[in-house]
Design a protein around this ligand. Structure first.
Ligand SMILES: Nc1ncnc2c1ncn2[C@@H]1O[C@H](COP(=O)(O)OP(=O)(O)OP(=O)(O)O)[C@@H](O)[C@H]1O
Length: 257
């Protein structure tokens, strides 16, 4: 990490939800991690591990119960609008409006970010070409397939060229072609020096893409490092092996939900 600089930092994040069924529920338990420029950092864990909660705090949608988080030096709680200008956020549920075309939607978000029209349009031409979206330029959201919607969501997340990208289970529900195209886009963004924080429960995806991963379970990080280092340290053939051996080491019952 020599010439790279830390741009995303979570420090002792704890999130307690009040839940009617479970009472007080600790979704994040003293979670800390850092991610740098030119790096894909993966939060890897099963359903309910707390990945979405952590990424929502980073993207300023949720506030932590304790702890702090920052993006490019801006605090996620006290400087949310500065944080939002420096991130692009995308999840499997990012909404695409039925009554707007692909072009209108990305344009709308570019304007929300305060981009100047000429710059916005030349950036959009470039993005539509790169993401192979020229064919759906004038297609209404209501008529798009899941894969098309995901492409629009990526374009809208990166139109303002933010230094940090936060992708929450972004490949969920995509067929192998679109999922691969999305992963290729993430790799390209890394080449451009972006910092990408990427959550997934698909171990192979993390192995393929992430420079470092944090393996999460029940709101805690059980292990963190590069994939080769984790495999060596925990003597696993792949990340799935490492995950199960960590759960055994920590005497944790596998979660049922
Ligand atoms: N608003 C909420 N109120 C109560 N509990 C919540 C709330 N949001 C999330 N949780 C609980 O917090 C835990 C962590 O959820 P979170 O969505 O962050 O996990 P995740 O790792 O992203 O899992 P998934 O892949 O299923 O989305 C889960 O047990 C979930 O039920």
């Amino acid at each position: 990490m020599s010439s790279e600089s830390v741009v995303v930092e979570a420090r002792s994040l704890t999130k307690v939800y009040s839940d009617l069924r479970r009472g007080e529920f600790i979704a994040l338990d003293d979670l800390s991690f850092k991610a740098s420029t030119g790096e894909v950092f993966g939060l890897l864990g099963p359903n309910g591990a707390g990945k979405t909660t952590a990424l929502r705090i980073l993207s300023t949608v949720l506030q932590p119960t304790r702890g702090t988080a920052s993006v490019n030096g801006f605090d996620c709680v006290t400087q949310p609008s500065l944080v939002r200008h420096h991130i692009g956020f995308m999840s499997a549920n990012t909404a695409v409006y039925d009554r707007m075309t692909a072009w209108e939607m990305v344009e709308y978000f570019g304007r929300l970010y305060g981009m100047e029209e000429d710059h916005l349009h030349s950036r959009m031409e470039n993005l539509f070409e790169r993401l192979q979206m020229q064919g759906i330029r004038d297609l209404l959201g209501a008529k798009m397939s899941t894969g098309m919607k995901q492409k629009v969501s990526i374009a809208r997340a990166i139109v303002h060229d933010p230094p940090v990208l936060i992708f929450d289970e972004a490949t969920s529900g995509l067929d192998v072609f679109v999922a691969r195209a999305l992963l290729d886009t993430v790799a390209e963004l890394r080449e451009q020096g972006k910092c990408i924080v990427f959550s997934t429960h698909i171990m192979r995806e993390a192995e393929r893409l992430c420079d470092r991963v944090a393996i999460m379970h029940r709101g805690k990080i059980l292990a963190e490092g590069s994939v080769p280092d984790l495999l060596t340290e925990h003597q696993g053939a792949d990340l799935e092996d490492v995950f199960f051996s960590l759960i055994q080491d920590h005497h944790i019952e596998p979660a049922l939900s």
